[in-house]
Design a protein around this ligand. Sequence first.
Ligand SMILES: CC(C)(COP(=O)(O)OP(=O)(O)OC[C@H]1O[C@@H](n2cnc3c(N)ncnc32)[C@H](O)[C@@H]1OP(=O)(O)O)[C@@H](O)C(=O)NCCC(=O)NCCS
Length: 160
Amino acid sequence: MTIKIGYAALLELDRLAELSLISEREHHERQPHFFPWTPSAQQTLERLASAFDSPDTNPESRTILVARNKGEVVGFLQFDLHSPDFESPASQIYILDISIDHSMRGGGVGRQLLDAVEALAKKSGIQRIDADVWEGNTASKGLFEALGYSPLKTNYTKLF
Ligand SMILES: CC(C)(COP(=O)(O)OP(=O)(O)OC[C@H]1O[C@@H](n2cnc3c(N)ncnc32)[C@H](O)[C@@H]1OP(=O)(O)O)[C@@H](O)C(=O)NCCC(=O)NCCS
């Protein structure tokens, strides 16, 4: 299996939405109080579509990385770039979502996507990458910790 990492293309939008919905459903199953409903396929599609700047002129999104196996998208990672102010270049990357096709999990695809975003950060002089991981998401915790990320804070809550 040879995985290739690249930027997402607009024509892959449906597949990205499919993968994102899987991840959203899993969040709902793990934390039904905080994710009481899962977005519709249309809402997910619209959210992801907004990442494609001007689809007419730029059919690639520069904030969504995809992992392709024989040309088929098997996982993606979406991120945001944060700047301290309007004039300064980005100094931080925030990972919005990372989702791998069920059949490909445990095969190093998530690791390759995170390696790629880290390479991008280094190339751009960005020295910090953040991500939120919900309690109970052992795979995600395992992934970030395996790549050297450490927890920053813990949110406490009590439900009645
Ligand atoms: C979390 C997720 C992206 C991991 O992707 P993946 O391609 O399966 O992960 P990899 O195979 O690259 O694993 C890399 C490392 O992560 C850790 N890891 C992966 N799956 C794990 C699991 N189920 N339990 C514990 N650790 C795990 C391991 O340390 C692994 O290293 P190893 O293979 O040397 O043991 C994937 O499980 C997924 O898509 N989950 C659903 C969506 C989601 O919850 N996204 C996170 C939102 S924050």
